[in-house]
Ligand binder design. Structure first.
Ligand code: FE
Ligand code: FE
Ligand code: FE
Length: 173
């Protein structure tokens, strides 16, 4: 079987290196985010927000598995690299948690904002990756990345809903 990563076998082969680079970046980003989501879940005051973070933590684990499938579909070892943007976004989340830890209602709103910044970064990343996969006719890969893109968008919408609802300020007990 032909190696799908061979440049002669696909259209828009000039995008290949960029595509692989961005895949490594998002794999690194998802792995970094696991820790961030655990912290956001344990810090959230409202039940709804905490459970949204817990659900997305599970989804993120699935997204990492999906990226492993993407790499194997391209005959590559799944290797991530440190995402500097995710590192910065999570550092800001930590900062904001510290700043508002004594005012629960503000803290939950701040967590939603921090998490939405993360989701928007992921939406931009997966959006580009889906486009590259489409242009290079990596159909199976495009499908997998598209599933994750849909989850990131749903999560962003859910966070907006939570921010707009009363539960944003309701205590857990
Ligand atoms: Fe993700
Ligand atoms: Fe990055
Ligand atoms: Fe996400």
């Amino acid at each position: 079987m032909a190696n799908k990563t061979e440049k002669n076998n696909m259209p828009n082969a000039h995008l290949h290196e960029l595509f692989v680079d961005e895949l490594k970046d998002i794999l690194g980003a998802e792995r970094q985010l696991l820790k961030g989501l655990k912290k956001m879940a344990s810090t959230a005051h409202s039940k709804k927000l905490r459970s949204a973070f817990e659900t997305h933590l599970q989804q993120t684990e699935g997204q990492i598995e999906r990226l492993r499938s993407v790499f194997s579909s391209l005959d590559m070892t799944p290797r991530g690299k440190k995402c500097k943007a995710m590192e910065g976004l999570l550092a800001e989340a930590d900062e904001i948690i510290e700043e508002f830890q004594d005012s629960p209602e503000v803290l939950d709103a701040a967590l939603v904002a921090a998490a939405q910044k993360v989701e928007h970064y992921e939406i931009a990343s997966y959006g580009c990756l889906v486009t590259y996969a489409k242009l290079m006719e990596h159909d199976e890969v495009k499908e997998l990345l598209g599933q994750t893109l849909a989850e990131e968008k749903e999560t962003d919408e859910l966070l907006t809903e939570i921010a707009m609802s009363d539960s944003n300020v309701a205590p857990i007990v």
